[in-house]
Design a protein. Structure first.
Length: 52
């Protein structure tokens, strides 16, 4: 699970609580979140095609 870091947040409330409760595996600036999601998708779907 990814959360936005405090430095790039306007309001850090929800990410802060997710981090505090251990529900986050990566804390990233907003500018890196989309790339992280794409990398995750590529690692978990190496064929590059979705289902259906």
């Amino acid at each position: 699970t990814v959360a936005q870091d405090e430095a790039s947040c306007i309001v850090f409330g929800m990410p802060k609580e997710a981090i505090a409760h251990g529900g986050v595996t990566k804390i990233l600036p907003l500018s890196q979140i989309a790339g992280e999601i794409l990398s995750f998708a590529e690692r978990h779907n190496p064929g590059g095609r979705g289902r259906g």
